[in-house]
Write a new protein. Structure first.
Length: 258
């Protein structure tokens, strides 16, 4: 609790780092912050062309079937792969001034989360323009699913960012790891298409439940199953606690390793 209180004291630093990351992401580009909305629109256009004309999937409005889960997945994978180097990127600050080191992964994941929230404006607009009715009772579950994913991403990012200080190759390994993880998560297909003999792999994958919940809410307009939300919530809390403990142990020698 003392550590949490200390991090809360440094909340202005977290807000400042998040603001700097969001502003600096497209700094120097002609369209600037507009790329936050343009990126998902361009991705939607590509998937519409590919899966509507070239690779027909047989799923109604497959581009939406994929799009409503791809944006949350991008948030999660970017948090892991990019967040792995968030301590290394700020090594001068880590070595010279004191602040709770947890501030760095928290601010990085938060900036990615804000970017996902802005991308959801595009998702809602496309769903409405495509004639999909958004059920209020289903949409009310969306903040819970987003919170669970944020907690899960933060737990993993805290572990990876701490380990990468000691094992620099980790940030490159994670690029391959997250790509493999995406194919083992029902982002591009439904869980029902997975052969029964390998479905156990998907059951132990926490992102399976998160992605399924997003698709239930946005594509099917259904309230996610209670067991889906429960498993995802418990896994997210466990990962955050594990990430916090591992980060706390490894951060003691950050300055020496950097």
């Amino acid at each position: 609790m003392k550590r949490i209180t200390e991090i809360y004291t440094y909340r202005e630093m977290i807000f400042s780092l998040v603001k700097r990351d969001l502003k600096g992401r497209y700094k120097g580009s002609m369209l600037g912050f507009f790329w936050t909305f343009l990126n998902p629109l361009l991705q939607l256009a590509v998937y519409t062309m590919v899966f509507s004309t070239i690779m027909r999937s047989g799923v109604k409005d497959y581009y939406l079937f994929l799009f409503v889960t791809l944006i949350p997945w991008i948030f999660f994978s970017t948090s892991l792969s990019g967040g792995a180097s968030c301590i290394l990127a700020q090594q001068n600050m880590v070595k010279k001034i004191y602040f709770p080191r947890e501030v760095l992964p928290i601010s990085y994941v938060t900036s990615q989360f804000v970017n996902m929230l802005l991308s959801f404006i595009v998702i809602f607009a496309v769903l409405l323009l495509s004639g999909y009715a958004l059920r209020i009772e289903a949409i009310l579950c969306l903040p819970l699913v987003m919170t669970v994913e944020y907690v899960l991403a933060l737990g993993f990012t805290m572990i990876m960012s701490a380990v990468t200080v000691y094992v620099r190759d980790m940030e490159y390994i994670l690029g391959i790891f997250t790509m493999a993880w995406q194919f083992l998560t029902p982002v591009m297909y439904a869980i029902d298409q997975v052969p029964q003999e390998v479905r156990w792999i998907f059951r132990i994958n926490p992102m399976t439940y998160v992605i399924t919940a997003y698709r239930d809410i946005l594509y099917y307009g259904n309230i996610p199953k209670l067991e889906t939300l429960a498993f995802a919530s418990v896994t997210g809390v466990v990962m955050l606690i594990a990430g916090w403990m591992i980060f706390s142990c490894l951060q003691r020698r950050f300055a020496e390793e950097l």
